[in-house]
Design a protein around this ligand. Structure first.
Ligand SMILES: [Zn+2]
Length: 65
């Protein structure tokens, strides 16, 4: 399914409440990076949107205790 043509994408990892999330940064011709939720494969225009999604849709809360 996945071809080798993704080599222009840069991957980095962020952590949301201890959960590591892989973030793909498309080539610069695209305006914004896209943040993918590894749990459900949805994409978001910003890290904040992804974090909100994690909290809302997957019940990931910021550690309060
Ligand atoms: Zn998700």
């Amino acid at each position: 399914m996945v071809t080798k043509e993704e080599k222009q994408e840069q991957e980095k990892k962020i952590k949301v409440d201890g959960t590591e999330i892989k973030v793909k940064t498309p080539p610069p011709r695209k305006v914004r990076p896209v943040y993918y939720c590894q749990t459900c494969d949805r994409s978001f225009p910003s890290q904040l949107d992804l974090e909100e999604h994690m909290k809302i849709d997957h019940g990931k809360k910021t550690a309060a205790a």
